[in-house]
Design a protein. Structure first.
Length: 318
């Protein structure tokens, strides 16, 4: 019996955001949240009842303390998060606008504690206690040493018998498409399940297929299970030779940041439970609920998700 259902690895930051109708340039005040792809997934999985640990490096400043305190409050184990003195915590600024303005994000994360993660200063022993490892393409993008760490992390997870969920999560502000394609292709090949947006499949992996796009990406990457989100249209998935599609759940949006991570958490839960399709459905509900919540984090519960899925009359094509 593994101690943790899920271990996630990656940077968490403090988010300073302006309220709807304001801009970063003129806002009179900021709301404070925490956010980061893998820490968002960790919180969502914990709130859905899974045992979860998050591994990273944080600064010994007040923001680092806030990150650790917030994750603990939601039930995430942070024993594997190393606190580094004399460093800094990454910050990002978010402007949540309605269409057609959308979301504007400004990062201030250079030389943060998390960018100093490396294969030599990371203890991978927690993987022996984990059923599933989740990591995203943001982690190898934040620094060369973190990229090397991610490669070693995936190898150690494979050795430890962890199932690996890799969320592509391409960020053009962090690295070039060409560099990302080379690195992410090799990392996805090690994963059991790859989660990717239709846009990233096109831009990073040159996928142009409109017929069974999840199956096409699975074939291109050499993986058995792929979950491909297609914006407001829905989700395509490929599971060891069979493919399917689930239409999206209509949703009103308060804050879209973190919705993709909430969806990924649903997929991770499906992997833990041995049912990828169930994970896709949970992920859709979690992403929809997250979009109604301010901040990066999914703050719902398993009962909220069950109610939403019970009320949904979506058809599913297989």
């Amino acid at each position: 019996m593994k101690r943790f259902d899920v271990v996630t690895v990656g940077e968490a930051m403090v988010r300073l955001s302006v309220r709807g109708g304001h801009t970063l340039e003129t806002a009179p005040q900021y709301d404070v949240h925490i956010g980061g792809a893998e820490s968002n997934v960790a919180v969502a999985c914990a709130r859905m009842g899974k045992s979860v640990a998050w591994m990273s490096r944080v600064s010994d400043d007040v923001f680092g303390a806030r990150i650790l305190g917030e994750l603990r409050r939601h039930g995430v184990n942070v024993e594997a998060a190393l606190v580094e003195s004399g460093s800094r915590t990454g910050v990002y600024y978010a402007e949540i606008g309605d269409d057609p303005r959308g979301v504007a994000v400004t990062y201030d994360r250079s030389n943060s504690a998390a960018t100093k993660m490396s294969a030599s200063n990371t203890d991978f022993s927690i993987l022996a206690d984990a059923a599933v490892l989740q990591v995203s393409g943001i982690t190898p993008a934040i620094s060369d040493s973190s990229s090397q760490m991610t490669t070693e992390l995936l190898a150690k997870a494979r050795e430890s018998g962890c199932r690996i969920v890799f969320d592509v999560n391409f960020r053009a502000r962090l690295w070039s498409t060409e560099r990302a394609r080379t690195t992410l292709t090799s990392m996805c090949a090690v994963a059991d399940v790859v989660v990717c947006t239709r846009e990233d499949a096109r831009d990073v992996f040159n996928l142009r297929s409109n017929d069974d796009p999840a199956g096409a990406l699975a074939s291109a990457l050499g993986v058995r299970q792929v979950v491909l989100t297609d914006g407001a249209t829905g989700v395509h998935w490929h599971d060891d030779g069979s493919s399917g599609f689930a239409p999206s759940i209509p949703t009103s949006t308060v804050d879209r940041i973190g919705a993709g991570d909430a969806f990924c958490a649903g997929v991770v839960i499906g992997v833990v439970d041995g049912d990828l399709f169930s994970g896709v459905r949970k992920g859709q509900a979690m992403a929809s609920l997250k979009r109604t919540m301010a901040g990066d984090l999914f703050l719902g519960s398993a009962s909220d998700v069950a109610i939403l899925l019970g009320e949904s009359t979506r058809s599913v094509k297989r």
